[in-house]
Write a protein that binds this ligand. Structure first.
Ligand code: FNR
Length: 182
């Protein structure tokens, strides 16, 4: 059985390192794991006033996430947390109250930065939110992708050790999704 997971990228920047990492991870998904990038850049900002008559973009986003077996979050770190772009998508999926699309889905979090610290604080800020949303998050291997500008060759492919880690990470995530959707 093929499991399908949403890949949500916390940067909409042209040339985003995070998107590049997400694409490289998707390219290394194991057999039986289908990964689909679900765009979040055009989601109107969440406002509880609109719960009764939500914008079409919110409805489409929730409908897209609902049938997924898992969600892989790839995000940059902004000011030692994760970007509002990603928080907005998470908030939209969590509402209206009692109708969250996130609960129970097998999650993983990858933080990405050109800096040396690997976005560890943003990675754990996402995890904290996912705990509340009742999403089981893969614990190991952790993915704090630091110094990202040095990890891709001129051909756009990750260098050997990075490619190896991405394959290992996706293999573990495939098993995590399988275990939680058996
Ligand atoms: C950053 N950046 C950053 N980097 C980091 O390692 N820790 C941080 O707390 C921050 N804070 C931060 C705030 C804001 C508002 C911006 C715009 C940037 C730098 C960030 O990692 C860098 O711009 C990345 O290139 C962003 O990821 P994408 O867009 O390349 O995927």
């Amino acid at each position: 059985m093929t499991r399908t997971v949403a890949v949500i990228v916390g940067s909409a920047r042209t040339g985003s390192f995070t998107r590049r990492v997400a694409d490289a991870l998707i390219a290394r998904a194991p057999a039986g794991l289908a990964c689909e990038v679900v765009p979040i850049a055009d989601l109107p900002m969440y406002n509880q006033d609109h719960d009764a008559a939500p914008p079409a973009e919110w409805v489409a986003f929730r409908d897209r996430i609902r049938p997924m077996h898992g969600v892989l979050f790839a995000t940059p770190e902004y000011n030692r947390s994760f970007p509002a772009l990603l928080k907005n998508a998470i908030d939209i999926g969590s509402r209206p109250y009692g109708h969250s699309v996130w609960g129970g889905k097998a999650a993983a979090v990858v933080s990405v930065t050109p800096g040396a610290l690997g976005g560890a604080l943003c990675n754990h800020a996402v995890r904290q939110t996912l705990v509340f949303l009742d999403m089981p998050v893969m614990q190991q291997p952790e993915a704090y992708i630091g110094n990202v500008a040095t990890l891709f060759g001129e051909d756009g492919e990750p260098v050997d050790a990075t490619a190896e880690f991405f394959t290992k990470f996706m293999s573990a995530y495939g098993k995590w999704v399988e275990r939680l959707t058996a």
